[in-house]
Ligand binder design. Structure first.
Ligand code: PLP
Length: 361
């Protein structure tokens, strides 16, 4: 198989080869229909089945009951930052938010445009290098909801606990860690993820909402911006991102074949242990800036002794078939994104490369 590299891009990111092979095989003639699924009507029986299967698989894999709706919509995770307060933040109420870096900061900005925001916790003063602990959260009892970002793609931090809200709806941006580990998803009243990291290609967002929260949607929003529109029509109110949904379905089938969330978690744990293991072995050379109890399993950030060495590391990594190791432009350094589809061999290759690079430099 030609020219496949280990792809550590933070999103869009690597997809399982097995899934890409299926897509390739079905591209010209989807199940004897004589056309690709991209060319099918979104009202066709073929697409209807894909859509329904994707929704059912998402629920099955995440252990969700019929009291949850799975929606596939466009607009990116970023649109949800505005849609959440538009739908769930009534006048006179406050939306509580924890600020753990860029993406939660953006969600907070949108909430402030729509209504009142309460900062329930923040790690800003420490450069967002940790996840605030439950005891440090200040959640007003009458808030409309609490919003968190479970994994911070840029800084490389991740919640290792699910906040208790005292009965308030818990809403989470899970764009960069959805379906990557076992989690009690039923603790969340809503969560959402741009597909382009763990679920498929960019262009489709998975939004999961519990019926009891959906009932609270505010009236008066434009039709497309009311979550109830999409829930009532099985995400087929307008033309959905159909090809993306088809790929999400294939990825969910792939996750099931890996042994579900228990299966992917096992591999993800080994992957992150290999790389953090190397950081901890050479702490004077590879500096992991993130607090150990907040380390992300998906995006591992590190610094080398100098920016020149970081540039060299990224360039030589690329030449060795390890692509996409550059840290986000806002923080610099190195970032190793190891989403579900990145095979264990890829993490081993990075760990070996780190060891060899240190020896040589
Ligand atoms: C945690 C998180 N939330 C939101 C976004 C924004 O997603 P989108 O580009 O789909 O709007 C990203 C993108 O990387 C992300 O990592």
């Amino acid at each position: 198989m030609a020219n496949r590299v280990f792809n550590f891009n933070p999103g869009p990111s690597t997809l399982p080869l097995e899934v890409l092979e299926i897509v390739k095989g079905e591209l010209l003639d989807y199940l004897g229909s004589g056309m690709s699924i991209m060319e099918s009507s979104h009202r066709s029986p073929e697409f209807d089945e894909v859509n329904n299967q994707a929704m059912a698989l998402a629920k099955e894999i995440m252990g969700l009951g019929d009291d949850y709706k799975v929606l596939f919509i466009g607009g990116g995770a970023s649109s949800q930052f505005a849609l959440i307060p538009m739908n769930f933040l009534p006048e006179g109420k406050t939306g509580a938010y924890v600020d753990t870096g860029t993406w939660s900061t953006k969600a907070i900005k949108e909430a402030q445009i729509i209504g009142k925001m309460h900062l329930a916790g923040s790690s800003k003063d420490d450069g967002y290098m940790f996840i605030p602990k439950q005891a440090d959260l200040d959640i007003p009892g009458d808030a409309a909801y609490l919003h968190i970002t479970t994994n911070n793609t840029i800084k490389g931090t991740q919640y290792q606990y699910i906040p208790e809200t005292g009965g308030l709806p818990l809403i989470a941006d899970m764009s960069s860690d959805i379906c990557s580990r076992q989690f009690d998803y039923t603790k969340f009243d809503m969560f959402y993820a741009g597909a382009q990291k763990n679920l498929g290609p960019s262009g489709v967002v998975m939004v999961v909402i519990k019926d009891s929260l959906l009932e609270k949607c505010k009236d008066g929003n434009p039709t497309m911006f009311d979550y109830r529109t999409h829930a009532a029509k099985n995400s087929l109110f307008n033309t959905p991102p159909a090809f993306g949904i088809y790929m999400v379905k294939l990825i969910l089938e792939w996750i099931k074949k890996q042994g579900g969330l228990a299966g992917v978690e096992k591999i993800n744990q080994q992957k992150k242990d290999l790389i953090y293991g190397m950081i901890d072995k050479h702490p004077d050379y590879f500096k992991g800036p993130v607090a150990k109890d907040s380390r992300s399993w998906m995006n591992i950030t590190l610094r080398l002794p100098s920016e020149d060495l970081e540039k060299k590391f990224i360039a030589e990594g690329k030449a060795a078939g390890l692509v996409g190791l550059k840290g986000h432009r806002s923080v610099g350094g190195v970032r190793v994104s190891i989403y579900n589809a990145l095979p264990l061999e890829g993490a081993k290759a990075v760990a070996d490369f780190m060891e060899a690079f240190k020896k040589a430099n």
